[in-house]
Design a protein around this ligand. Sequence first.
Ligand SMILES: Cc1cc2nc3c(=O)[nH]c(=O)nc-3n(C[C@H](O)[C@H](O)[C@H](O)COP(=O)(O)OP(=O)(O)OC[C@H]3O[C@@H](n4cnc5c(N)ncnc54)[C@H](O)[C@@H]3O)c2cc1C
Length: 438
Amino acid sequence: MPHSVSSNDGDAATAPPFHIAIIGAGIGGLTFAIGCRKNKVSYTLYESAAKYSTVGAGVGLGPNALNALNMIDPKLRTMYDDISSGNLTPNKDHVMFDALYAETNFGEDRGWQPAPFGASSYDRTSAHRVDLLNILTSMIPPETVRFNKRVKNIVQGAPGEKVSITFEDGETVMADAVIGSDGAKGPTRGFVLGDRWPEEVKATYSGKYVYRSIIPMADALQILGHHAGDAETFLGKDVNFITFPISRGAYCNLVAFKFTRGQPWTHDQWTKRITKEEMLADFDEGVDKRLVKLLDWADPLQWSLHHHINTPIYYNDRICLLGDSAHATTPHQASGAGQCIEDALVLSHILGQLKSPAGLTKAFEIYDSIRRPRGQNVVKTSQEAGELYSFNHHECGDDMDKIVANFRERFLWIWEHDLQADLTKADELLAKATTVSK
Ligand SMILES: Cc1cc2nc3c(=O)[nH]c(=O)nc-3n(C[C@H](O)[C@H](O)[C@H](O)COP(=O)(O)OP(=O)(O)OC[C@H]3O[C@@H](n4cnc5c(N)ncnc54)[C@H](O)[C@@H]3O)c2cc1C
């Protein structure tokens, strides 16, 4: 097999029992590759880009994601702590966001005070995505990665046989299994679902797009005052702005959401360049001018938000989905990357128990049974959270007290999930599986 690299740290004399092809080096593929190393699973990581990604804005991780990082490798968690930022105001460690109105004066005129929500189990942390990716890539041996390898075709041999992967450059490689961590638009999803659920292959438009910007904290503080230093969410009819500090407080990250209820996304790409005037027109009614001013740092680029609201199964024999390719979600619960990391933890743990390729399909079935209900529930509840943030929720409408009460409860099942119990369940299911030789 060309470039078939063993990633094992173990005894060089022992040949790895099987070799995995990982497609895509985003947060999902990278954390999974690190998990494979820790669990002595041999892999090669194939990435279509010429190098690791250096683009992106802020990303926030909940306690579940931080636990998963720690369980994959405690070094990851330590390094994350070094690059992440909390709220700059003291004593707000457990506040996910303060809720304010997006309208002029942020609701002060109607007597609204910023309403914090979070939990004692939650520590507010966010990072620049590039800093997070740098941590992850620092733990990947270069000889296990191949860049400029865009997957074109994946063919499962006879049931239980090796899988062949063909790239756009014409090369074909074989692997015992393929993990598609190739994102919401990647091709692997089609090879898992295409024959059985063709209507579920493509991600669907979630009814909103965003503008994103990173603002030097000094400028953000001048415009927003103390709000710039803390994580804040500004709610309005069909609009939502979130701001939070990144890069250890050097920058303020802004995501401005525009909800387009009932209107389809008609552009052929998921990003659409428009004029600055068109961007500002999205927020010309009912939005405090300070929030609009923050868009001076935004590229006038609409990023449509697509998601996989239904994914009937995460695997097809020896081809398996991980990360956004399985469960692309809207970002309203700040949980998409966290779900990628949880996938990586559980799947690398399961594969680490196998002593032969014969158990791979069973391993994917166990992963699917543990991860899919939770991953898909995050997608569904995130869409509902978007309705809350945009005053479109059927019960809460624009009642901020009800919305904040909902936010104080709605994240707990995501944050306080027992990942160790997932691994224990996986071990039990593996032990029960008669087809798996241990
Ligand atoms: C505005 C916004 C804000 C967000 N904020 C948060 C947040 O605060 N917290 C959070 O947890 N999550 C957040 N998310 C979600 C999070 O960013 C994603 O869930 C996560 O980055 C997905 O990682 P991934 O590795 O699955 O996919 P990707 O990051 O999409 O990586 C896929 C990789 O596969 C490669 N690839 C694609 N096709 C091929 C091919 N044919 N062959 C080879 N390689 C290929 C790509 O080049 C890419 O490197 C946010 C998302 C958005 C849009």
